[in-house]
Design a protein around this ligand. Sequence first.
Ligand SMILES: C[S@@+](CC[C@H](N)C(=O)[O-])C[C@H]1O[C@@H](n2cnc3c(N)ncnc32)[C@H](O)[C@@H]1O
Length: 235
Amino acid sequence: MRRRYPRLPPLPRAKPRGLLPLLPLLLCLLLPCLLASQDSGPERDAWQRPAEVMDALGLGPDMSVADVGSGDGYFTFHLAARVGPAGKVYAVDIDEGELKKIRRRAKADGLGQIETVLGARGDPRLPAESVDVALIVNAYHEMRDYDAMLAGVFRALKPGGVFGLIEAEDEPGKSRASYHDRHRMPAEVVREDAARAGFRFLREAPGFERPEGRKEFYFLVFEKPQDISAVIPSP
Ligand SMILES: C[S@@+](CC[C@H](N)C(=O)[O-])C[C@H]1O[C@@H](n2cnc3c(N)ncnc32)[C@H](O)[C@@H]1O
């Protein structure tokens, strides 16, 4: 005879929830890519307007230029395209890993005008009077030996050479360490530093707004005077 079992209540059906529970994980995986895209490629071109930056610095074919604090070379490659094969681009960084990425891409793209330079914390290690233009983008706040770095940039520029500095704005009156930590630096502090190094302030060019975090950057343009004896007294 067949045994009879009591009928069990049906199990509750799991609601279809799709990818919702995986959303935090997906965001963690995608976030670095989303942030990186803000710092390179066409996404960055849209807000950084590199052609306008190079126009403001008067950079043209066959000229020589230094990208100091180059990182992985967002500007380096724009600069190389502008100066062309007969020009010269020094990409300076203290992070050899970043320079390696630049060398790899420069080799693949046949850009012999790019030379990487492993700088020191207080010395861009560029040849004296070798560049027409120098550029520091979103890196000055990291330069703890800022006076020495600006002295090195000044030395590397030819007389009459142009120096552009792009940095995120901050309130004045804070410590250097806090600017370093906040990845920002007041424009007036940069102007004081540059004047101390012997640069002449030329103008403030239109700035930039990075959509990610709505971070605002200013763009200062300086010049190394033709006659530096007036600004740097001879020893
Ligand atoms: C935030 S990244 C900016 C990179 C690049 N300029 C850009 O806009 O994409 C700052 C870079 O400055 C470099 N840096 C910091 N201090 C430096 C120094 N004293 N000399 C040269 N590079 C420096 C860092 O290694 C880093 O690669």
